[in-house]
Write a protein that binds this ligand. Structure first.
Ligand code: ADP
Ligand code: MG
Length: 885
């Protein structure tokens, strides 16, 4: 017993001494936690340097864009070819991805030798050889007749300009092995967004936000970055941690001064590092009694597989002895222990360095995503990682220690990079096919210049048609005379009431106009119009309106006053005078019964009578476009057009009396409310009308009517988007093919969401959040598509509006026989005001289609309210003048 204890004691003392000795000798190779954190910070800085345009040329870590934008989503399908042109062998594979809905990959492969003279020869020879092998493979696998998409794994730094490089076969992807690893793992685990190789060499890739990648245009989504981290330190950034052994190894390598980080980490170098250390220790008399063998002097005699064998649990010591003996040495027990510990220090340092760089990547991912904790998976490959008994454990532990805020899973890539190339190809091929389908849909909304010119011409024709006596009654663009004949001249004054019934709300206003100073003060109150009243009976609607007026008068302390009143009523009305307007038909969200064909002023008067509480002097009924024009005209006498892009879409303008055949008199001008929303109701723009417009139209309150309005205004744009999203989902191009109940719900996609989603300042993640709030569970790629759809729909709307406006300004220019026309358009409406691009695109279109008109756009502040009061004031002034005559 005693002897056994003594032996054990002796052994552990021996071990302790040896370990202490080696630890002292390799002090510089043992990296503290603080040093690792420091390296992690340095690598983060390197990544930023590589990503930024200005610093990339001098950056050691090149951060190469791979043009791989998506990880597998499981819907990949089909047969793919894959070539792996990596280290020593060259492999061709046929990969069959996913049959019958299950995630499933089948592979058949064949190795081909890569003769040295081919590898060292020129590129053309290499590719000819590759093509020959490929032809052979396709022949033996009976694939000659098929044209399969091909992925190519290339494990050398490679600057890609686009994913598809052209050879004779259909090459879809050129893939770095790290990317292949990430993609392979991502097929099984969708959280995988990093790939790391620790084999002959070392490298890593990860998914970076496009907005951070200066070298590639576009800000949407993510792209895989091949870091080429092996070159970390090539600019001197790691000099303080490099040891004399690292320098010696580098000097003896094929590429001195290059890949300095890799030379401290990867399989090609670990054995050699150990050899150099042992040699130095032997020389110093610290090992083998100072004896050295010629093998120990020979470069490359210790390989990484030896290092792994020596560190093996249990057999490690015996292996060490065997290996040392094979090197012609005569190791003592103490020597074996010391050599084993040298191996541990060298391979542990390798794992530590890898962990520090990987921790930097993970931190970056977490910060990109703006989350407290990151859940992610790292796809791993490489022989060192796979065969070294302790390496994975050590690496995982250190990473978790360095980034406690990340829950990291490490996933071993099964058949490595080659399968990955097939995966990249499969994804590229899926994305390409989907892209084509999406583009086909979006193309329906992309109008050519010719189409816009055609819309302009047709609008022009409809405007003329509506003005003519014989065609006026049939016109779809109704061209309604408003009996507003003059703009304010500044002499108007007094207190007026104004009512504004437009899209969804109803407002009552008190407007005080002071003459001379063109100053207006307003007080107003907004009342909601409940849906059941919008779509109830006319009496109920007008009683509700009068109730609101009563509330307001009460609120303002004006109960007894009989003020002149202007009524902004933003629906098509046929007017015979300024205070009479017969509703032609409801538009937008209204459908109250017994109103169409009735005079809305009479209905209002009767409702006031029914209430029998107060009296009002209704002077004018006004369309909101006219109110808008008037408001702007109060400040800019050049303002002769009013435009609304809100819930609905409409336009009015000052027309020469002589052109208005339905109204007597040829002197002066009168404002015409075009009601252009009805443009197209006769089918004249069916060529640009899409099946999605049909869906929206059929689900509306007024099917077949207001077609132009339905393509251009706030009430409908969101619905068009929703219809497209439903269709794309049905085609399996969005939301994983699942149409949620939410998406089926009419009206969920409001136009205000288009504004939010299309905002330039919005990151994709925020788009995703908006969609999630709508109950639409979207991926990053979904979000990109949704944003594109919104853009296409709002762009078409703005262009169509612009084409309509171009028609009117050109008409005015020609009518007045002018070479150039200067004119101001007063604009109102939330779509115009709040959408990030609508107003710009509209203006650009007008400029393009009416180059001889100099059009100024003036936003009206509260056009409908103020305008109604101004029109009332003008009408009052004219009435007064008539009486006095
Ligand atoms: P109306 O035309 O009813 O008198 P507005 O001009 O305020 O009133 O337009 C309201 C309409 O504008 C809403 O029905 C909606 O379609 C649209 N809208 C609301 N918010 C936004 C937004 N942020 N961006 C674009 N459109 C919007
Ligand atoms: Mg309005």
């Amino acid at each position: 017993m005693f002897a056994v204890h003594l032996m054990a004691f002796y052994f552990s003392k021996l071990k302790e001494d040896q370990i202490k000795k080696v630890d002292r000798f390799l002090y510089h190779m043992r990296l503290s936690d603080d040093t690792l954190l420091d390296i992690m910070r340095r690598f983060r800085a390197e990544m930023e340097k590589g990503l930024a345009k200005d610093t990339n040329p001098t950056a050691a870590v090149k951060m190469l864009p791979t043009f791989v934008r998506a990880i597998p989503d499981g819907s990949e399908n089909g047969e793919f070819l894959s070539l792996d042109l990596g280290g020593s062998k060259f492999r061709v594979l046929k990969v069959q991805v996913a049959e019958e809905g299950k995630r499933h990959v089948q592979m058949e492969s064949q190795f081909y030798p890569t003769p040295n003279e081919i590898i060292r020869g020129n590129g053309t020879e290499l590719f000819e050889y590759v093509a020959d092998c490929l032809a052979d493979f396709m022949k033996t696998k009976d694939l000659k007749h098929k044209k399969l998409p091909l992925g190519l794994t290339f494990s050398f730094p490679c600057r890609q300009t686009k994913l598809e490089e052209d050879m004779d076969v259909d090459i879809l992807a050129l893939v770095n092995d790290t990317v292949g690893t990430m993609m392979t793992c991502a097929y099984d685990d969708p959280y995988c967004e990093v790939g790391v190789i620790i084999g002959t060499g070392t490298n890593a890739c990860y998914m970076e936000d496009m907005s951070n990648i200066d070298l590639v245009e576009g800000d949407e989504g993510r792209m895989c970055i091949n870091t080429e981290w092996g070159a970390f330190g090539d600019d001197g950034a790691l000099e303080d941690i490099r040891t004399e052994f690292d320098r010696e190894l580098d000097l003896g390598s094929l590429n001195p001064g290059k890949q300095l980080f890799e030379k401290m980490i990867s399989g090609l170098y670990l054995g050699e590092l150990v050899r150099l250390i042992l040699l130095k220790m032997a020389k110093a008399g610290l090992l083998f009694g100072g004896e050295k063998s010629s093998a120990l002097h020979t470069k490359g005699k210790i390989e990484t597989r030896h290092v792994a064998a020596m560190e093996k649990y249990k057999e490690g010591l015996a292996n060490t002895r065997e290996i040392l003996v094979d090197l012609g040495l005569e190791p003592s027990e103490a020597d074996c222990i010391a050599v084993q510990h040298v191996c541990t220090i060298v391979s542990f340092r390798s794992a530590n360095l890898c962990a520090a760089a990987l921790a930097a990547i993970l931190t970056r991912l977490r910060e990109n995503k703006k989350v407290e904790r990151l859940r992610t998976t790292v796809g791993m490959d490489g022989t060192l990682y796979k065969i070294h008994p302790q390496y994975p454990k050590r690496l995982h532990k250190v990473v978790r220690k360095l980034v406690p805020s990340c829950d990291v899973r490490f996933l071993l890539s099964e058949s490595g990079s080659t399968k990955g190339a097939a995966m990249v190809t499969a994804v590229a091929s899926r994305v390409q096919a989907q892209r084509k389908q999406i583009d086909r849909v979006l193309a329906l909304f992309q109008l050519t210049r010719e189409q816009l010119v055609d819309v302009q011409a047709k609008m022009r024709a409809e405007l003329e048609y509506g003005l003519k006596k014989k065609s006026h009654g049939l016109a779809t663009v109704r061209m309604l005379p408003t009996y507003v004949c003059g703009l304010p001249d500044g002499t108007e004054k007094g207190k007026f009431l104004a009512l504004d019934l437009g899209g969804t709300n109803f407002r009552v206003l008190l407007v005080k106009i002071r003459s001379g100073r063109r100053s207006v003060r307003m007080y107003n109150k907004i009342f909601a119009i409940p849906l059941e009243i919008m779509q109830g009976t006319g009496e109920e609607l007008f009683d509700h309106i009068v109730q609101c007026i009563a509330d307001f008068l009460d609120y303002m302390g004006l109960k007894g006053a009989s003020l002149p009143l202007g009524f902004t009523f933003s629906f098509p009305c046929r007017q015979m005078s300024i205070d009479k307007g017969t509703l032609i038909g409801w538009t937008k969200g209204f459908k109250a019964t017994d109103c169409e064909g009735e005079d809305v002023v009479d209905m209002l008067r009767e409702a006031i009578k029914r209430r029998n509480e107060f009296d009002l002097d209704i002077v004018a009924v006004v369309n909101d476009t006219v109110g808008t024009m008037m408001t702007c005209g109060y400040e800019d006498p050049n303002c002769e057009i009013g435009l609304i892009a809100g819930t609905g879409s409409n336009m009015c303008y000052m027309e020469d009396m002589r052109n208005i055949e339905m109204v007597e008199g040829g002197e002066g001008k009168m404002c015409i409310n075009t009601e252009w929303g009805g443009f197209g109701d006769n089918g004249c723009i069916d060529d640009i009308w899409t099946r999605y417009d049909t869906e929206v139209d059929e689900g509306s309150l007024n099917p077949g009517k207001q077609r132009y309005e339905k393509m251009t205004s706030g009430m409908y744009l969101g619905e068009i988007v929703r219809q497209i999203l439903i269709d794309l989902t049905k085609q399996g191009l969005l939301f994983r093919g699942q149409i949620s109940e939410r998406l089926r719900t009419r009206g969920i996609f409001e136009t205000k969401f288009l504004s939010q989603i299309e905002s330039d300042r919005l990151a994709l993640l925020q788009v995703r959040r908006i969609l999630q709030q709508l109950g639409l569970d979207s991926t990053c790629e979904d979000s990109i598509v949704v944003k594109e759809v919104c853009g296409a729909v709002s762009r078409r709307a703005a262009q169509l509006c612009g084409a309509g406006l171009a028609a009117i300004v050109e008409k005015r220019r020609e009518d007045q026989g002018l070479e150039h026309l200067r004119i101001t358009v007063g604009v109102d409406g939330t779509l115009y005001k709040l959408h990030p691009h609508f107003s710009r695109i509209l203006q650009e279109t007008v400029k393009e289609l009416a180059p001889r008109c100099d059009v100024t756009f003036m936003l009206s502040e509260d056009g409908s309210g103020k305008g109604a009061a101004l029109i009332t004031a003008v009408a009052k002034r004219l009435q007064q003048a008539q009486k006095e005559n």
